[in-house]
Design a protein around this ligand. Sequence first.
Ligand code: F6R
Length: 373
Amino acid sequence: EKQGFKHFMLKEIYEQPGVVRACLEAYFPNSAEIPVTLGLPADFYADLEQIQIVACGTSWHAALVGKYLLEQLAGIPTQVQYGSEFRYAPTPLTANTLTIGVTQSGETADTLAALGMEKERRQGKEFKYEARLLGITNRPESTLGQMVDNIINTHGGIEIGVAATKTFIAQLMAFYGLALDLAYRRQAITQDRLTEIITGLRQLPADIEAILETQEKYIEQLVHDFVETKDFIFVGRGINFPIALEGALKLKEISYIHAEGYPAGEMKHGPIALLDSKVPVVAIAMPGNVYEKVISNSQEAKARDSRLIGVTSVNDGEAAEIFNDLIPVADVEEILSPILTVIPLQLLAYHIAARKGLDVDQPRNLAKSVTVE
Ligand code: F6R
């Protein structure tokens, strides 16, 4: 039931604070001795030297955020592959490797095939080469669930809209859990820093609620200007680069507008040639490591007459001057920010599609689970 919302997608966007709360409760039990509980056996991942993640679509974007967290918090080299690519060109076998499949449905053919291949080619090898498989899924009872011994359940609840929203947020939460669990077990993080990050995570549901309460109407108005727009560019850097990809994918899927996501620093290597007054640029500019860089990349876009929409927690004169439109999110540290910065992008895609009168929950040519190759 849509419970008063016009579409399931909007309802599911609004369910995200609750989903984050459910994940917090499941993964972070509020105990100093056991700060993270994922239910995974210690010997399963204590000696890891690398991680490879396979996924498709939005789950692949979650995996890219996961890579950032696993490398920056736990210090484990991590690579992310499309299921459809990995299955035909697998990475050479490496020792002490964890392979993670991320799929909300647990039924995506390419992701399952990549995991199945990994299981098979490692069979009979000595322990360090043995297949260690982990599934991150919203459906533990799925084919994926039957295929792997260890699962992180993403607690998103059933998602009906074809465009993934709340299950993406839940996948991100699973990666915070996994990266922090690994960081803690490997002593790659201090207790204080761990507590600081978990405390920050606990604040996020209220911060998402604030975006929904204060920005949805604004975004609904804003999209009046974009109904005829043919192309959009999304830029971000660091942990928000995958969010730029996700913003572009959401827009493509449900509004049928051509959109590209780029790491902001790559614009000058080609895509900037696309820019003019008809091509708006959405820039994710959160304070931290790369804020100044994103701002200077945004300035370059503005110089080509692009309308600039900023998703940022900075509300100073500089930001107000650069961005034609500014969508504020709470001032959280950069590493937590994807959970917030994706929300306005979901709303933007939703409202453009809704305004165009499109079938938001059942976009053309797409299926909720892609069980064919
Ligand atoms: C995007 C979307 C798809 C899926 C992809 C993988 O909104 O829904 O890109 O993310 O088909 O699906 P799962 O996660 O079920 O493997």
